[in-house]
Design a protein around this ligand. Structure first.
Ligand code: URA
Length: 192
């Protein structure tokens, strides 16, 4: 695929991931890639599956408030997930299910062409950066995602998943620190 629209069609027609059999919708993305900031979560939950859009449930509402703190909203960022179909009962995706989606995610990143990426939670960090340490260890530190197709390295900030922050509100101050680092980098990259 050479456009995001074609990529979406290819994904909607893809039958190689078991999760699709249980899902109501393929959850492709939301927002605007031209803002050059891409957020990658884990997988659609119940609300996302029903509406066909990422991060529209409770965690998504918190994400919107977090983005607003640094002057961002869904018209300025582009949001997707590692998995494009909801795992039944929101269980963690199996390695096979994730493996079926990963080539799509890599092409999705290339076509969206972000200048900066934010990874939400451990599953995203594991699949995008290949880091298996706990999220509390890797969050808040800049990494690079090497894209051969784009011929450049994209700065990546891992942070805590908003669903985790709903369960552990005390951790919000850590996510806030990560967002401040993102805001600073946006300034450096001329994205602010
Ligand atoms: N959690 C995620 O990781 N992604 C969503 O789209 C919703 C909740």
């Amino acid at each position: 695929c050479t456009t995001l629209a074609d990529h979406k069609t290819a994904m909607m027609n893809f039958e190689g991931c078991e999760l699709k059999r249980f899902a109501t919708n393929t959850v492709f993305a939301d927002g605007d890639p031209s803002g050059r900031i891409m957020l990658i979560g884990e997988a659609p939950g119940r609300d996302e599956d029903l509406q066909g859009l990422p991060f529209v449930g409770r965690a998504g509402k918190l994400l919107d408030r977090m983005l607003a703190e640094i002057g961002l909203n869904r018209r300025k960022v582009y949001i997707t997930n590692v998995l494009n179909w909801r795992p039944p009962q929101n269980r963690e995706p199996s390695p096979e299910e994730a493996a079926a989606c990963l080539p799509f995610l890599h092409r999705h990143i290339e076509l969206a062409d972000p200048k900066l990426m934010i990874l939400l939670g451990a599953v995203s960090v594991r699949h995008v950066l290949g880091l298996t340490e706990g999220i509390t260890r890797v969050r808040g530190k800049w990494n690079l995602f090497q894209s051969v197709a784009l011929n450049r390295a994209i700065p990546v900030m891992p942070t805590l998943h908003p669903a985790y922050l709903l369960r552990q509100p005390a951790a919000k101050r850590l996510a806030w620190r990560d967002l401040l680092a993102v805001a600073e980098k946006m300034g450096e990259l001329g994205l602010a």
